[in-house]
Design a protein around this ligand. Sequence first.
Ligand code: ZN
Length: 411
Amino acid sequence: MRGKADSDLVRRQNRMLVLETLRFHGPSARVDIGRLTGLSPATITTITLQLLQEGAIVERADLAATAGEGRRGRPVVSLGLNAEAAFLIAIKISIGTLEYALADYAGQIRARANVTVPTRRLSAQDFSKRLVFETQKFVRDNVITRNQLAQINVAAQGVTDNVNGAVGWSPAFRVSGVAITGPLADAFGVPCTLANDANMIAEGLIARKAVATHGTTACVFMGYGIGMGLVIDGAVYHGTSGSSGEFGHMNHIPSGALCRCGRRGCLEAYASDYGILRSAENLPDDTPCPTHAVEPEVMIALENAARRGDQNAVAAFKTAGAAIGLGLARMIALLNPDRIVLSGAGTRALDLIEPAIREAIELSVAEPLRQNLVIETLPIDRDMIIDGTIDAALRQMDAGLYATTQAMAAE
Ligand SMILES: [Zn+2]
């Protein structure tokens, strides 16, 4: 039945394409969906009819007046995502905090909550229980019924095991192997996924078309930790178990400075906030790492000191840049990316860090490998982790909830 399987795949891909187009461009007339997707009018008619019947999209006659020049005065019906079709919850786990967002199917955030939880004081079991408890409370507070909730996606700092839905190692916990998706799925009966937070930043960039749909882009997150999301041909590359792009914990100097993960010499131990601060203060390499992020004011003061010429501060930022640059050089040699996007609060000090990043890359990567490489900075003024987690959940809902189950039911 090869032919049938192929046509099912094409139909699912076309459905995804239509949903994705409506996600990015907002409500659109059928003719515009056809133009944007390249699908034939007949295909658009079939797909949109099915999506309308399923309740995934709605007709928006009220938008007819804004449908564009040349069609003014003619009634044009736009199609848009049905915001009420389903709801999802995005959860960000970081040191001492659970951050919640409730989003509708159109991707609008309907509610948020921040809950203080002593993550580092709880056992793995107690954290799992607390996570379920706080999520149940968030659902109750926002009056969502079980039927309305379609998906829960969780992003966590550290090494995440996406297959088993557990956090392997994270600065948020003292313990390892913290079960996340199992307890949530048991409690809510909806698909739950876990991913690394830096990978979710990359998801957010993809959804906003900040990352090309072709080629290889490395999205580097600089700040309280150092992370990376690898985007290959428009999709985040997660690796076998979800831990790919563990850039911050690549070894920089064997047996070097103590890292928050407990090992020595990781790139992060030199390039994260605490690593930079430790070198600026000339503290020994084995100085224990702080369990909380360094206060932004402390880093801003250090950056200003470097800009005023404080030699210790200047050297610390250079050391950070060299560590990141050398790490990137290894990644470039392996993956031959066409773009590197630097983001996160750490980019505030880019004037102090970037020359050393570029110098390290130039010294250690053969010219032909880097001649077309673009390195750019994306100033992030909002929490892309929650945004990207919502984007990833919506994509999974488009692919699974609607495309798979409904297409199967329609057989
Ligand atoms: Zn480490």
